[in-house]
Design a protein around this ligand. Structure first.
Ligand code: ADP
Ligand code: MG
Length: 674
């Protein structure tokens, strides 16, 4: 990502690195492996850490297990071989006058040729033992005295990510020379009077680039990072703004506000009253759907908060207005469930419903039970339900007024945009049960308006969450049996479909027979991603109808599945899943009036993992869980593997830079207003 404004496209910073002194074709190829192609890329190559080489620790003062920087002269070195010349240790002994330090590397005998007696070596690492003082696998750098040592010694020294053939010294010297030569040419990228904006409190970009590499004080590093982060976020915000602006100027909304003639009977027949939060969100949706610009809205609400019925009302508004609607879900199971739900709800209203997934092609006429009646229905509008196969198969619906995407976190930004192109700027409602931490809301979803269902429908049983080690499984199973005896149903989730040889991870296909025995006489169904859709649908249908009391599944059932009589969610190898994902799985229970239970079984060995899982024992607040997950595993994991739109930053951190994101948004708005 380029961070300079377009007016700088003639800037010397955009020249290839090969135009620099000392960078030939071979060096340029090496740098390209570090994603350094232009001079600007080089200037933005972020140090992965810094060493304060103004203060070395004398070798005699190194503390056990504490990372430290020291240096000394090589007094001896050599390789020891053992196990019939198959294993080796390379050892380097340094002396700084205070004591001697042994540095050791296993099975890297070629390192011997990099060092010679008398070399001055800087060492960074943790002392592993004191007699003799030893550091295993430290990071080292040979330093020379003389002019160049100004760059590498007696300063806070940057340590960069490297690639084969590129050494710290060479890269640091190159960056040093490049900063010297180009810092005066680094302009402020934003055409703003810096004195009149928030920018005034930041370093200039030129200062920041200098200090990110060669800070004078330790505080300079964070000050520099903040400025460079701000620029990244401003650029992203400008792009988000542009997308919105394009939509606003180019697209005229299709009027989809409706006239209530379908919603009224729908709500009457529903069997429950909408919560206040649902009603409020519906008002927001109606305003958008009746407005002059196409709706672009993200609806978030924790699992079980009742997003589907809200989506149904939005769909009815568009249908009432005479336009078709498409509902997309990430899995066939969920699409199928929506199809059943919506058929049940909408058939009495005379709305035609069509399922479109890879196994239900347009011509296969699966209009659901009683479809002949529906086809005769007076309304010519159709609700299409499908998976994202809808996109792949080149699905087009004429007269598409509204697109609803359920469980947005499984779709990327690009997919979102693809579908919209199928129609003529239909309204777009995306729904997610993974609460979006605000940082992501403002970046990844920055072009969407936000609605939140913040309360759960009344009359729900409690969900209790327990964390157990695998040795407690016998008790867990007897608890499960007691719930089955009470007439409840149970989900059992394992991380794998088939045995993969990984240590101790359970797979549903291998455990199926064992589980049948453990839980006999209760019936067990099995679903996972490698079954044909027909089989999956049949099993889900049977589970819904209580023909199976236990459903053994992979995390495939994570999203959307709604079987209120199921009250136990048992997840083994729980450490394999992200927190947000476990929260989703837990959301499959607690959907009826009975008390529900989520039992997480994690192996006793993974202490850290169990620590992480405690968050789920402590809270059912999806926001807290998502924040924790974002911190621990990053946005890619939180949003799912399929997420293709997660922005990548050199300097920005989506789990911690909320204030900067907000400032960037303000600044981008000022820039946009000029
Ligand atoms: P999610 O937000 O996770 O998609 P669903 O839409 O699947 O949640 O709703 C969960 C369950 O709650 C469904 O069985 C639904 O019929 C029910 N439900 C939704 N709204 C209400 C309400 N206002 N009162 C009672 N039950 C409701
Ligand atoms: Mg849902």
């Amino acid at each position: 990502m380029s961070v300079a404004a377009p007016n700088q496209s003639t800037s010397p910073l955009f020249r290839p690195v090969a135009t620099l002194w000392g960078v030939g074709p071979e060096r340029a190829a090496q740098l390209a492996r570090l994603e350094i192609r232009t001079i600007e890329d080089l200037l933005l190559h972020r140090p992965r850490r810094y060493e304060d080489r103004r203060h070395f620790r004398p070798i005699a003062e190194l503390q056990l297990d504490e990372p430290a920087i020291t240096h000394g002269a090589v007094v001896a070195l050599g390789v020891k071989w053992f196990k019939q010349h198959t294993k080796s240790i390379f050892e380097l002994i340094l002396d700084d006058g205070s004591a001697r330090l042994h540095c050791r590397w296993w099975n890297l005998p070629f390192m011997e040729k990099y060092f010679a007696v008398g070399d001055e070596v800087v060492v960074f690492g943790k002392l592993g033992s004191v007699k003799p003082r030893t550091i295993d696998h430290p990071e080292t750098e040979i330093v020379e005295t003389g002019e160049e040592s100004l760059i590498h010694l007696n300063r806070i020294t940057p340590i960069y990510p490297l690639t084969e053939g590129v050494t710290q010294r060479w890269l640091r010297a190159l960056i040093w020379r490049t900063v010297q030569a180009f810092e005066s040419k680094i302009q402020e990228p934003w055409l703003l009077d810096p004195r009149r904006s928030t920018l005034a409190s930041f370093l200039t970009r030129s200062q920041a680039i200098h200090l990110i590499h060669f800070p004078e004080a330790l505080e300079d590093i964070e000050r520099a990072r903040r400025r460079l982060t701000l620029d990244e976020f401003i650029e992203l915000q400008l792009r988000v703004q542009l997308r919105r602006k394009n939509l606003q100027t180019k697209a005229r909304a299709i009027p989809c506000g409706g006239d209530n003639h379908l919603i009224k009977p729908f709500l009457k027949g529903l069997g429950f009253k909408l919560t206040e939060a649902q009603t409020r969100v519906l008002r927001e949706l109606r305003k958008d759907l009746a407005g002059t610009q196409p709706m672009r809205r993200l609806l978030q609400g924790d699992v079980g908060s009742g997003k589907t019925v809200v989506a149904a009302c939005a769909a009815l508004m568009a249908l009432e207005s005479g336009h078709n609607v498409a509902v997309m879900a990430p899995t066939e199971i969920l699409a199928e469930q929506h199809f059943l739900n919506f058929s049940h709800w909408f058939e009495p209203l005379g709305v035609r419903i069509a399922l479109r997934t890879s196994s239900h092609k347009a011509n296969s006429r699966v209009e659901g039970p009683g479809s002949s009646d529906i086809t005769r229905a007076s309304s010519a509008v159709t609700l299409f339900v499908g998976t994202h196969a809808l996109i792949a198969s080149g699905f087009t619906a004429d007269n598409l007024g509204l697109v609803i995407i359920d469980e947005q976190h499984k779709f990327g930004v690009t997919q979102r945009e693809q579908l919209v192109r199928k129609g003529l700027y239909p309204h777009l409602l995306v729904m997610t049960a993974t609460p979006i931490p605000r940082t992501l809301g403002l970046t990844l979803y920055g072009d969407l308006d936000l609605s939140t269902i913040d309360t759960l429908p009344p009359g729900r049983g409690r969900i209790q969450t327990f964390l157990r080690t695998a040795d407690k499984l016998p008790e867990v199973w007897s608890f499960v049996r007691s719930k089955l005896r009470e007439g409840r149903q149970v989900y059992v989730v394992y991380p794998r479909v088939e045995e993969t040889g990984e240590n101790g991870l359970k797979s549903v296909t291998r455990e199926f027979d064992t589980l049948k025995q453990t839980l006999a006489p209760y019936q067990i169904g099995l679903v996972h991603g490698r079954l044909a859709s027909r089989e999956k649908e049949a099993t889900m249908g049977a589970f819904r109808a209580n023909k199976f009391q236990v459903l053994l599944a992979t995390s495939l059932i994570e999203v959307g599945v709604d079987v209120p009589n199921a009250t136990v969610m048992l997840i083994e190898n729980a450490e394999q899943f992200g927190l947000a994902q476990l929260h989703q799985l837990r959301g499959r229970v607690g959907r009826g009036a009975h008390d529900s239970y989520c039992i997480l079984v994690a192996s006793a060995k993974t202490k850290e993992a169990r620590q992480r899982l405690r968050v789920l024992e402590e809270t059912t607040d999806g926001f807290r869980i998502a924040e924790a997950d974002l911190k621990l595993r990053g946005p890619g994991e939180l949003l799912g593997q399929e997420q293709s739109g997660a922005p990548r930053f050199r300097f920005g951190d989506l789990s911690g830079d909320l204030a900067l994101i907000e400032q960037a948004r303000d600044i981008a708005a000022q820039i946009g207003a000029m």
